[in-house]
Design a protein around this ligand. Structure first.
Ligand SMILES: Cc1cc2nc3c(=O)[nH]c(=O)nc-3n(C[C@H](O)[C@H](O)[C@H](O)COP(=O)(O)OP(=O)(O)OC[C@H]3O[C@@H](n4cnc5c(N)ncnc54)[C@H](O)[C@@H]3O)c2cc1C
Length: 301
């Protein structure tokens, strides 16, 4: 659709509506084409009104820190929603932590630690936002989002505010059953009172472990494939000869071979070809079908 054609069909908003916005600077892998439209709502009411009035045949895709996304080279049709500062607040309510969906996981870990609330230390090691953590049930080192989550608030595709307890949504390993068209706007977590110094020490340990084992300073998307039951993806990839393999500018990291990195000028097509080649070889070598953990979105070029 041309910019004017789609623009004419979208409702007036108080936030920013931008057209044909390259997404590669936003994504951790630094690849991807443009969003047909990028919407940055001013607040929850702006988002609700937009979703209620946006024609239902126009696709709407929420994007967080894009640390788990492979945006294809042809870009994303429809509207990409990025939540701004109004959605990034973190507040302490007794033993609970209320976090906006745009808050970085790290900020939530820090706020909980400062308040002497334990249980969210693992967020110190995850570079995404709370919205992405809810969608992915993000976690590490035997802890995951659902463990400390008590409630979520989302806006559905009709613009309605939905509040659900954690038990009403199915969470499993790196997955949430919440409807795909919900945009999370808030989460409520519960911490356990503990000594601040001990909490900080556990966060420091997680950060140090990450620095030693993962290429976190590279352009990467984190774990490429979810661990199959009873297996580690990196071991399967290593056994299939995938460590360090390269397609164009995309490479399986030498340091952590389940991480893909952009060595400079990779395209999204390079990453997808590399990942699919690895899946084929792992299947041949071990009979196991790897599932992409990175979400691949948008259109090929
Ligand atoms: C160096 C590195 C290390 C990582 N380590 C880990 C790890 O240890 N454990 C782990 O689980 N992950 C890890 N990841 C992956 C990634 O950080 C997580 O999946 C994270 O939760 C994604 O959050 P995000 O905000 O970047 O989401 P995005 O990548 O932007 O999006 C991911 C998914 O969430 C959806 N989404 C985002 N915001 C919202 C919202 N507000 N409402 C509804 N849906 C939304 C998107 O539509 C998409 O489907 C790592 C990534 C990197 C780059």
């Amino acid at each position: 659709m041309s910019a004017t054609a789609i623009m004419d069909r979208l409702p007036a908003v108080r936030g920013k509506l931008l057209f044909d916005v390259p997404l590669n600077p936003y994504t951790w892998l630094r690849v991807g084409g443009a969003a047909e439209v990028l919407f940055m709502p001013t607040d929850e009411a702006d988002l609700s009104l937009f979703l209620a009035a946006c024609p239902k045949e126009i696709a709407v895709f929420p994007m967080g820190a894009a640390s788990n996304l492979l945006v294809r080279d042809g870009g994303i049709r429809g509207v990409v929603v990025r939540l701004g500062p109004a959605f990034g607040k973190v507040t302490i309510e007794g033993n609970h932590i209320r976090a906006g969906a745009a808050a970085l996981d790290k900020s939530v870990a820090k706020a909980a630690a400062k308040a002497g609330l334990a249980g969210l230390e693992f967020y110190a090691g995850i570079p995404g936002t709370i919205g992405g953590a809810l969608r992915m049930n993000a976690g590490c080192y035997d802890a995951e989002t659902k463990d400390r989550l008590r409630e979520i608030v989302a806006i559905d595709r009709l613009g309605r505010r939905v509040v659900k307890s954690v038990d009403e949504i199915g969470f499993s390993y790196r997955h949430s059953d919440a409807p795909e068209d919900w945009i999370f706007v808030e989460a409520l977590f519960e911490g356990t009172p503990d000594d601040r110094t001990k909490i900080q020490a556990r966060m420091d340990e997680i950060t140090a472990r990450r620095e030693a084992s993962q290429p976190i300073r590279d352009k990467t998307g984190g774990s490429t494939f979810a661990n199959p039951d009873g297996h580690k993806s990196w071991q399967l990839i290593d056994a299939a000869g995938g460590r360090g393999r390269q397609v164009g500018g995309a490479q399986m990291s030498e340091q952590h071979c389940n991480f893909m990195i952009n060595t400079g000028h990779a395209s999204a097509a390079d990453f997808e070809a590399l990942g699919e080649g690895i899946r084929d070889d792992v299947r041949k070598q071990s009979g196991i079908d790897l599932r992409w953990e990175i979400k691949r979105v948008g259109e090929p070029q």
